[in-house]
Structure formats: C-alpha cells, structure tokens
Write a protein of this length. Sequence first.
Length: 499
Amino acid sequence: MNLLYDEAIDGPLPDIDRPALIKALREAAPGAALLHEAEQLRPYECDGLSAYRTVPLLVVLPETAEQVQAILRCCHRFQVPVVARGAGTGLSGGALPLAKGVLLSLARLKRILEVDPVSCVARVQPGVRNLAISEAAAPHGLYYAPDPSSQIACTIGGNVAENAGGVHCLKYGLTVHNVLRVDVITMDGERLTLGSEALDSPGLDLLALFIGSEGLLGVVVEVTVKLLPKPEVAKVLLASFDDVAKAGRAVSDIIAAGVVPGGLEMMDNLSIRAAEDFIHAGYPVDAAAILLCELDGVEADVAADCERVRAVLINAGAVDCRLARDENERKQFWAGRKNAFPAVGRISPDYYCMDGTIPKRALPMVLEKIGELSEHYGLRVANVFHAGDGNMHPLILFDANQPGELERAEEIGGKILELCVEVGGSITGEHGVGREKINQMCTQFNHDELETFHAVKFAFDPDALLNPGKNVPTLARCAEFGRLHVHHGQLPHPHLERF
Ligand SMILES: Cc1cc2nc3c(=O)[nH]c(=O)nc-3n(C[C@H](O)[C@H](O)[C@H](O)COP(=O)(O)OP(=O)(O)OC[C@H]3O[C@@H](n4cnc5c(N)ncnc54)[C@H](O)[C@@H]3O)c2cc1C
C-alpha cells in the first residue's frame, strides 16, 4: 500500500489559502525565516527514509520558543497541519512533510541553556545535537547516556519525539529514562511543562506519555536531561563466530550470566565487510557474525566482568575473542559499528533500514527467517543491531531504479515486522512508526487499542493538525489494509474515521 499521505484513507486535509497564510505567518513571527520558493522547499521533502518524498507547502524556521508558539497559533487559526522537524535523520518518515502542511524546523533553536554539574542536569533547546550535550558536559566529567548512531547530527527534540535509543541504552535506558522535563507547545499555542527536575512529579506521568509521541501531541521547545558521571573505565570485547545463530545464543547467555554490558551489538558478515571497507575498524572479514560487548564501571569490576564474558563467549562457540588493546582500538571498534549504516549505503544504491524488537531468545530463529526471506525475494539483507535489547535493524539492500525492487524491499520489511510481532516482539524499537510502519500498527494493535491512542491524540490535538497520517493509523486505513472488520460497510466507530 502506498505510504504517501492518502486523503481517502488518512483523512481529508483542508485546502489552504497559501498567500494569506504566508502573510499571517510573517506578521505572527516576524523574526522567523519562511521558505516558500520551490528550490528552497526541496531539501525538506524527506527525512532519512528517502524512498518517500513530498514537498511541503511552506517551511518555517523559528529561533525562539515564542516564535514557535506564534506559528502554531497562526496555523491553528488557518487549520493547516504542521509537521515538526529536527535534523531529519529519522528513519521512519516521521518528518515527511505534507503537500498541504507547514514544515516547522526546530533546527535554529540550538542553544545549551544550562549545564548544572551539581544537580547533574542540562537544560537545552530542541535543536541541540545529541552529541553536543555530552561535549558540553565533558569538562565536568559528565555525559548524556542515550547515544543513537546518528548522534553527531540528530537533535534532542527528535530524540524525545522518537524515544531514541543507542548502544548504551541496554544499561542506561532509552531517552524516556534520561529526560526529566520537557516544555512543549500544543497546536493551539499553549505552553506546557511535563515532568520536573525531581525523580517523580505529582499527577499522571504525562512526560512518559509524551516521549515517543512522534510530534503528534505537541512541539518540544525545551528539554531537561539527566547527566551521568563518565565511567572510570570502559573496555570492549570483540568476539567472532562462524555461525550467526551461535552469536545470537551468546547474547542471551551473557545476559543470563548476570552481566549488564554498557553495550552489546551484533553485526553479520555483510555489514562487517561493508564497515571494514569503509572504516578499517579491525573486524574479522571472514566471520559470519561478530559481537561487540562493552563493559564499563570501576576498574576492578570491569576486569572481572571481562573475564566472565570472555568465558561465556568461548563457551557459546566464539572462534575468537579479543579485548581492545587500548582506548584508540576501542574507539575504532565502535566507529565500525556506528558507521555501519552509511557503510552499507556504499555497497548498494539504496537500502531500507527496518527496526523491530524481539525477545532475545527468538534471535537465532528470527535471523534464520530473515535469511530465508532475503533468498526468496532475491534482495540482500545486512543485519546490524542492538542485540542486547533485542532491537533488530535488518538493512534491506535494493536499487530504486530497478522496477519492482522498492516494492520487494517494502514487502520483505513488512514481513520482518510481522515476524517480530509473531514471536512476541514489537514493530519498532527506537526508530518510531512514522509513515513507514503505519500499516503494521494495524497488525500490532486491535481496534480498541487504536481507539485509545486516538483518544489521547484528541485530548492534546482535537483538530488532528499535528503530524497527521503518522504513527496511529485511521481505522479506515486498517480496514483498507485488511486488518479491521468492516460490517455492512461500517467501521466499528465511524465517528473516529477522520483521525
Ligand atoms: C545513520 C543513522 C543511524 C541511526 N541510529 C539510530 C540509533 O542508534 N538509535 C535511534 O534511536 N535512532 C537512530 N537513527 C534514527 C534517528 O536518528 C532518530 O530517530 C533521531 O531521534 C531523529 O532525530 P532528528 O532530530 O533527526 O528528528 P527528525 O528526523 O527531524 O524527526 C523525527 C520525528 O520527531 C518529530 N520531531 C522532531 N523534532 C521535534 C520537536 N522539537 N517536537 C516535536 N516533535 C519533533 C518529527 O515530527 C518526527 O516525527 C539513526 C538514523 C540514521 C540516519
């Protein structure tokens, strides 16, 4: 099914008087940049999921939270939909614009407002890059733990919206576990503060509800994050296997041994070769799979854990297991993993990065099935992922210029996601649902559950103007996708059709 916005099944969007909207936005937020020429709009037509593109009606780039507020109020008055955008590195089409919608870029709100080494918190604007927070905290011996591989570019606002993860999230938690407070602006221009600097705050936990809401409930204008002390030492073990299933089993064995690694990542042969060619990380190019296991903490504990993990890995069938000699080699091992996506981009004209989560015990079986799907559809699949938390990232290699290849890649992707659900997992781990997995939401959730999501959306954004067509499918879409019972042409709750 076409993944671009389809008014027939995603809900009608109003026609907008563009010149009047431009005039009103200029008056409402005079300091904000407004792009409206075709060549200015083109760079914003997609995010990291570049197979899907739509040129937005307009792009607005405010510099202050007050301008964001004024822009949202104005768009609300015009009833024009708004799609928020950070750095546009998202891989699920969450920031994909609407032809009848305004793209609101938060990239210019990029000030670090405060680093407080006493309370171990930082207060930042949404357009601050993930890595810039750790860089600002480093002089105090602190850092921000969630580290998406895109951390050099992606913004904290985008991380909040996607509940982003990364290598260190197995031990230190996802974005939701590391953000204390967010300030958001709702579609009608109200500024809300969710959470507090304390560990708990009174009332319902709206902060947790908001984190991962993919720009559907409000626009983040300020984020307060936790900072952690940098571990005394960090060591990384690189284990190679002659069989992917053995590497999959070793992951469960490490966790079962009671060790919580700072990171536990797996790469298969295709991704090892691609990364090695690109980064020269020192990976064994003949291995069927490698595991990178980082252990961090105080020196004595780390030394003991390294020995325990090494024994588990050898016992699980690793043909080789070596500890990075020094800090340079440790960084090099991680550079290979962190650059694995762009490395795969060098060996294929296009790739489609899936994101699903499975129980760790299902890893060997799921990897085998992915291999079978790859063979059946005649498209290569590279696996590189956060193995410790069961978060898979199969990269499906294709050439969009070859007729039918994109459709085949989409089909494998859909089947992999359904497999994740079948084994008790979920259709996303950290990249969000966006536009990409909107159909699979109908597989993961029944209509009562989807109605609950619509009710939450309705409470924050009654006119459904924030990022419509993303994350939560309309019931009409699920009916079209064949996952909802339609009785005598009636959806179970016709009043919800337009959401
Ligand atoms: C090479 C590569 C590696 C990656 N590795 C990882 C990884 O390890 N872990 C991981 O989790 N992700 C990863 N990603 C995906 C992506 O980087 C994350 O999803 C990131 O959080 C997106 O941030 P962004 O600033 O680019 O957001 P965008 O792509 O601009 O937007 C993402 C979503 O957030 C919404 N949004 C953005 N800003 C705001 C705001 N201020 N208020 C409300 N909504 C907003 C958008 O509407 C959209 O729905 C990777 C991507 C790439 C290209």
